[in-house]
Design a protein around this ligand. Structure first.
Ligand code: ATP
Ligand code: MG
Length: 578
């Protein structure tokens, strides 16, 4: 439990004013609560000894009412401070998580699946929020209340009687700790299981069309059933421990009551305390029921919050090993150089890039071709630093990319990845994604370059047509061309198209390539493709195979070499003529 407070200390320190006031108000409030039983004791003794006058009774009643009203006001004040704090903490963690997600690259996303991350950003944050609000409230309030009452019993009645009554408490404390540790472990397991379910739901909804097409609904449902049963079992195992808390506490309290009655009666008979004191003691003891009972709930909340905190911290402390540090600015328009670049994906034994040596002079077009799986995408991923860098050197305009400021690389490139990603929203939103200030004219120009003019005229609301989640209402080729337009409008010095024309017909492809040639004649463009006609015009073409460059040159040079390129080119031409 102390570990938990250690984890939250930075937050408490940051908001020390808020928590300081809350604790202060709570202590005062708890002090005020003591007045009513004290008055009851005084009045009883007054009646018993026949000393109670009307004015004295009036005074006592007024004091009684006053203390109740003031403690009510104080309770509202600290409740507000504390529950406000819980919301601030949740928001802070949520923001931290989102910022972390935005910064992280591939390795991080290989470790955490989407559903899992979502569970951590929602369910676990809820548990933390409960802990930081309700949990901390019970912790502070019950401890302060317990301490103040105990002290009062100690000072105003009898220290002997008080000690006797709290004798069973240390044993209770030990048992509660054992149970609390179990809650921590089991709750974490149940949250892990929940994350798994979350992931499955997400994947099933996303893949629903494939699931239906293969008639796998029932199998998926059975698989899901198994997982929900697993979560249920994990939750029941948490509930089992939870239900053990209260009986334990009740037994302990019962023992305390018996001790108080027995010993108290003896002490009254020996005149060590008055009857009024014994009655007040019983009232105090009954007041202890709440803080002791709430300890069970408290341990539960704190341990659940603690387990969730561990899960959130695990995400925040996981780095993508990219070393987001460099300090140099990228030279936008420089020669790109690969020197002896060798790379294999983390956890993979095979080399995906082997001793790549390549120079892409500024303002030229490079064509990258080769069999599927030959390393084309991997090559540009290394340039974009999407994965930790392998061996060898990559530089742009003489500046090694490892020395470049984080995020500058990707922000300076125009990049259309092989799996294009569109966002729900309008066509306009998607195209102006990287350049919010783009004018209508620029958007239309980008659409024209991506050969989308005819399509846009057919859209019900033109640029303002909603394209649905991930562009669900568009055809494959339309999605690709919007992704191209989005990259083109950035007008970056370096543009990378990874198999970006695979879903368009030959004529559309030809139009786009012609536009690109004209529009980007004084900029660097890298085109990865399976259709060799797309790179026919390139200043340099490389052919990749099994992670290495096996041929390079212009189209004519490669045709003369009579290697893979020539064979492939002729084959594709014959196909087109068919
Ligand atoms: N994230 C990854 N983790 C591990 N191995 C990978 C990963 N991505 C690709 N690979 C492997 O690296 C090799 C090169 O893949 P790459 O994606 O670069 O091929 P490609 O030339 O782009 O193929 P395609 O034309 O099909 O897009 C392949 O053997 C592939 O299995
Ligand atoms: Mg690829």
């Amino acid at each position: 439990m102390f570990l938990l407070f250690k984890k939250l200390t930075p937050f408490f320190l940051e908001h020390k004013k808020r928590y300081g006031w809350a604790i202060f108000a709570m202590l005062i409030g708890n002090g005020l609560v003591l007045i009513p039983p004290f008055i009851v004791g005084q009045v009883i003794d007054g009646i018993y000894l026949d000393k109670l006058t009307d004015s004295l009774l009036m005074k006592q009643v007024l004091l009684f009412v006053f203390s109740i009203v003031v403690s009510y006001g104080i309770e509202i004040f600290w409740g507000y401070q504390l529950f406000g704090g819980k919301n601030v903490l949740t928001r802070q963690l949520r923001k931290q998580l989102m910022n972390h997600f935005l910064k992280m690259r591939s390795i991080f996303y290989r470790k955490f699946r989407t559903g899992d991350l979502m569970a951590r950003a929602t369910n676990d944050l809820d548990a933390i929020s409960e802990m930081a609000g309700y949990g901390i409230m019970i912790a502070m309030d019950s401890t302060a209340f317990f301490g103040v009452i105990l002290l009062t019993m100690f000072l105003t009645v009898s220290w002997k009687l008080t000690l006797a009554c709290i004798l069973p408490l240390p044993i209770l404390g030990y048992l509660l700790k054992v149970l609390g540790d179990k809650v921590h472990i089991r709750y974490k397991e149940s949250q892990d299981a929940f994350a798994e379910i979350n992931d499955e739901v997400l994947e099933s909804v996303e893949g629903i069309r494939v699931i239906r097409a293969y008639g796998r609904q029932e199998a998926m449902s059975a698989q899901f059933d198994e997982k929900t049963t697993n979560v249920l079992q994990k939750n029941i195992s948490v509930a089992k421990i939870n239900s053990a808390f209260q009986p334990l506490i009740k037994i302990t309290l019962g023992i305390s009551y018996v001790l108080a009655f027995g010993l108290g009666a003896i002490m009254v008979s020996k005149n060590e305390i008055t009857i009024g004191q014994l009655v007040a003691f019983q009232v105090y003891l009954s007041m202890l029921v709440w803080p002791i009972q709430s300890i069970g709930e408290l341990i539960n909340l704190l341990q659940q919050g603690n387990a969730s905190m561990d899960r959130v911290m695990e995400v925040l402390n996981t780095d993508d090993q990219m070393g987001h540090t460099g300090e140099k600015d990228i030279l936008e328009n420089g020669t790109i150089t690969f020197k002896e670049v060798t790379f294999s994906y983390p956890d993979s034994k095979q080399l995906s890039l082997k001793k790549i040596n390549l120079e892409i002079p500024k303002n030229t077009t490079l064509g990258i071709v080769g069999k599927t799986g030959s390393g084309k995408t991997t090559l540009v991923r290394q340039l974009l630093k999407e994965y930790p860098r392998g061996k060898g050197l990559i530089s742009i305009g003489g500046v090694p990319i490892d020395a470049v400021k984080p995020d500058q690389l990707s922000s300076k490139f125009g990049y259309v990845p092989q799996e294009h990603i569109l966002f729900s929203g309008t066509i306009r939103d998607n195209i102006s994604f990287g350049r919010k200030d783009a004018s209508e004219k620029e958007i239309n120009e980008a659409l024209h370059l991506a050969n989308f003019d005819r399509d846009i005229n057919k859209m019900p609301n033109g640029l303002d047509t909603q394209i649905g989640e991930k562009g669900i209402s568009l055809s494959g080729g339309q999605k690709q061309r919007i992704a191209i337009a989005r990259a083109l409008i950035k007008n970056s010095a370096i543009l990378i198209l990874d198999d970006s024309l695979s879903a368009v017909d030959a004529e559309t492809e030809k139009n786009i390539i012609t536009n690109l040639k004209k529009y980007r004649n004084n900029k660097t463009t890298l085109i990865i493709t399976h259709r060799l006609s797309s790179v026919y015009h390139a200043k340099q073409i490389i052919v990749m195979d099994n992670g290495a460059i096996i041929e390079r040159g212009t189209h004519t040079e490669l045709m003369d070499k009579k290697g893979w390129y020539e064979k492939q080119f002729i084959r594709q031409q014959l196909k087109e003529e068919e």
